[in-house]
Design a protein around this ligand. Structure first.
Ligand code: GLN
Length: 546
């Protein structure tokens, strides 16, 4: 079949969850056997979100091919189990850069280069890149921002042109917000009507409306919206707040969103989506009552989206272990030798987060010393792993000044140091060691047992690395380098085998945990945490009996 293009736009307010709706639709179409991909077009001028700090844009996600991407791509992968690439996330900056490069090369043959047609043509070319590969039946394109924003106008105009060119092979889903006014005890549809009008003024008639709401929208009100907005009544779907984002596909299917999309793009639905594995996950999620207490130590803990993929990976793993994840975020800058015991003593497992710069590093080291000496299951990711290495140097190897040169460039024991190829770089954008690299795990290591294999590939985003000059000293003292890149010998995984669970990874396993494929290291970590919790409960029980 010819590729079908689904455009998802948003109106009224931002943060409505266009990414989750796009991912949910993709999940349903995939469960019907179609080949689906989702891409996001972001109207900001940064080339990619790699240089944005988490206060601006939450977590930076990394694709297998080494692209620093919007965190919505994480949702796409978690919901569909399909890897995304650089082509799945395009910004205004990328579009302009490409057009300007072409202009400098003389590709425009002396023409005046303009937003229309040159920028819009470049947007359209990018929208169709994945469709042109022949690998996909459905290409879902999420347009970032809110209708009416100046910066998204060229994208909206491109969608208008594409709708015209593609006809039945495309459709537009518009997501809006229906607020509930408590004082008047009423749901209000006017913002939706206005938002659809804006879209119509831009020449786009939405085919489907998804209404975000905190209260059930009565059928009569949905019919009224359908009438005002030229949309068929069954194509006005509500997206009511629910306890977990993973419920959304089911909620959308109950209102036939996937079927409506098929019919409106000229495809006859032949079978129901095969959602059994997904439902199995949801059943476990609902049935779990016993908790597992995990602490996440990081410096951006007050931001909901800063560690999105870690939160989700922990949640997947806990759910498959029949546990309710009770995640406590602990601000690394607030951890001191005096309060660390109080902060961590009830934890079944501790995860030390990735990060950049020196802020919060000392708190992470204090937490790690406490975890190591108290033998609590502990997982260090990227900077978290580097902190494990520094802590061990200071408190076990006796190298009191040991540090990463990122924190102290003149440290005499540079156990973590800048990678050789990073030393000559001056640009910050897109220059880290990025994307998936091979890693060979040592036979018999805990990590290899967790993965069930010794050959893995994981995604990276860092400039600093374990300094191999110190490797022998670490290994003799009990901290093993159990994973390394087979060609460069960069150390990718460390563990202390004699501890309950003490693993650090230079890479980011959280990026590849999905609902249907929870990540083996997270699963093993949660299992160890659950076991440790059981041991502590037994001890307490024995004490009360005595
Ligand atoms: N700042 C460290 C480095 O660049 C760790 C990066 C990270 O945690 N993603 O190597």
């Amino acid at each position: 079949m010819e590729p079908k293009y689904i455009f998802v736009t948003g109106g009224v307010v931002s943060s409505l969850g266009k990414g989750i709706i796009s991912a949910s639709l993709a999940c349903l179409l995939k469960a019907r056997g179609y080949r689906v991909t989702i891409q996001k077009f972001d109207p900001y001028i940064n080339i990619d979100p790699g240089t944005l700090n988490p206060y601006e844009h939450g977590e930076c996600y990394v694709t297998v091919d080494g692209h620093e991407a919007d965190l919505d791509l994480g949702h796409y992968e978690r919901f569909t189990n399909v890897n995304t690439t650089r082509a799945n996330n395009v910004t205004t900056g990328r579009i302009y850069q490409s057009v300007i490069d072409k202009e400098r090369r003389g590709d425009y043959l002396g023409k005046t280069v303009q937003i229309i047609p040159h920028i819009t043509d470049e947007i359209k070319r990018n929208v169709k890149l994945l469709g042109n590969t022949g690998n996909f039946d459905f290409i879902i394109t999420e347009i970032g921002g809110t209708i009416g924003d100046i910066e998204s106008l060229p994208f909206i105009e491109s969608v208008r042109q594409l709708r015209w060119e593609l006809g039945e092979n495309s459709l537009c889903i518009h997501l809006t917000y229906v607020p509930y006014l408590h004082a008047a005890k009423e749901l209000k549809t006017k913002p939706t009507q206005h938002s659809v009008k804006l879209l119509q003024e831009a020449g786009i008639q939405p085919d489907i409306l998804v209404l975000r709401t905190e209260q059930d929208i009565p059928a009569a009100m949905r019919r009224k919206i359908a009438q005002f907005c030229n949309v068929s009544p069954e194509a006005v779907v509500q997206s009511i707040d629910c306890s977990s984002i993973y419920e959304v596909p089911v909620m959308m299917h109950a209102q036939h969103l996937d079927e409506i999309v098929l019919r409106k793009t000229g495809v006859t639905p032949t079978q129901e989506p095969h959602m059994a594995p997904w439902m199995h996950f949801l059943e476990k999620m609902h049935a779990a009552t016993e908790e597992v207490n995990i602490a996440l130590v990081g410096k951006y803990v007050e931001l909901q989206d800063a560690y999105k993929s870690i939160n989700e990976a922990l949640f997947h793993a806990a759910t498959y272990s029949d546990r309710k994840l009770n995640l406590t975020s602990i601000h690394s800058e607030k951890i001191t030798k005096e309060n660390v015991d109080g902060l961590l003593k009830d934890m079944d497992g501790v995860i030390v987060a990735p990060g950049f710069g020196q802020r919060g590093v000392e708190g992470k080291l204090t937490a790690l010393e406490w975890c190591r000496t108290n033998d609590v299951p502990t997982f260090g990711i990227c900077l978290g792993m580097q902190c494990m290495v520094i802590e061990f140097a200071r408190n076990v190897l006796g190298l009191k000044e040991a540090n990463s040169t990122e924190v102290n460039p003149t440290t005499k024991d540079n156990v973590i140091d800048l990678m050789e190829e990073q030393k000559s770089l001056s640009n910050l954008g897109g220059t880290m060691r990025l994307g998936a690299y091979d890693c060979r795990l040592a036979e018999g290591s805990r990590a290899a047992a967790a993965y069930g294999t010794t050959d893995i590939k994981e995604r990276h985003r860092h400039r600093f690395e374990f300094n191999n000059d110190y490797r022998r000293r670490y290994e003799e003292a009990g901290m093993k380098c159990v994973g390394e890149n087979p060609s460069t010998h960069l150390v990718e995984v460390i563990e202390i085998p004699e501890k309950r669970w003490w693993i650090g990874t230079q890479y980011h396993p959280e990026y590849s945990s999905t609902v249907l494929n929870p990540h083996p290291l997270f699963t093993d970590f949660i299992k160890a945490a659950v076991k440790y919790r059981g041991e502590r409960l037994m001890e307490e029980f024995a004490e009360t009996k005595n």
